[in-house]
Design a protein around this ligand. Structure first.
Ligand code: MN
Length: 206
């Protein structure tokens, strides 16, 4: 199965004025696209060539001989997931099952927001902050570079990309402003809720 660049879930100017069309032209059109092209070349002719993206990430995780494959595969997966974590007119507060789960596992929405902001702001250098489901409980985590919760058996519910390429054109070195704007104006709680609802029903089915 060839690895392909998924469509963005919205036009490149949809997140303006918070994330510019120019940022998405580079971030999606150049960075994400380059990870797809590199990965496709790296798996060509190997036993991973016909595997799907999640399998490639999981099979290359922790394999010293496949660091390049892992880095590119994880970055393809992380970015495809990240685009869906935002929408025009996002922000606000989660409701229903997701809100209850945040309150029971993380104390309160305010506490979650603080933990998530801290994880995103303190990831040294490039990386990602996450809300994940880990053995049935919500956790806020951060990963360096390409690393991803998929490699640890965690279910990703939400992420923010804190590589400089995600925000430098719009926010320069002001990473905290980008993080605040992501949470206040862009986060797609419906997508987060659907991820939780999917994993909770899968867990029940098991
Ligand atoms: Mn990125």
């Amino acid at each position: 199965m060839a690895i392909t660049l998924p469509e963005l879930p919205y036009p490149k100017n949809a997140l303006e004025p918070y994330i510019s069309e120019r940022t998405l032209e580079f971030h999606y059109g150049k960075h994400h696209s380059a990870y797809v092209t590199k990965l496709d070349g790296l798996i060509s002719g190997t036993d991973l060539e016909s595997e799907n993206l999640e399998t490639i990430v999981k099979k290359s995780a922790g394999d010293a001989s496949r660091v390049l494959i892992f880095n590119n595969a994880a970055q393809v997966w992380n970015h495809s997931f990240y685009w869906q974590c935002m929408k025009a007119g996002g922000g606000g507060a989660p409701s229903g099952e997701l809100n209850e789960k945040i309150e029971s596992d993380l104390g309160s929405l305010i506490n979650f927001i603080e933990e998530f902001k801290t994880a995103a702001a303190t990831q040294f250098g490039s990386g990602w902050a996450w809300l994940v489901l880990d053995e049935g409980r919500l956790k806020v985590t951060k990963t360096p570079n390409a690393d991803t919760p998929l490699a640890y058996g965690q279910k990703a519910l939400l992420t923010i990309d804190v590589w400089e390429h995600a925000y430098y054109l719009d926010y320069q070195n002001r990473r905290p402003d980008y993080i605040n704007t992501f949470l206040e104006k862009l986060v797609n709680w419906d997508f987060v809720a659907a991820n939780l609802s999917g994993s909770m029903s899968a867990a029940v089915a098991m």
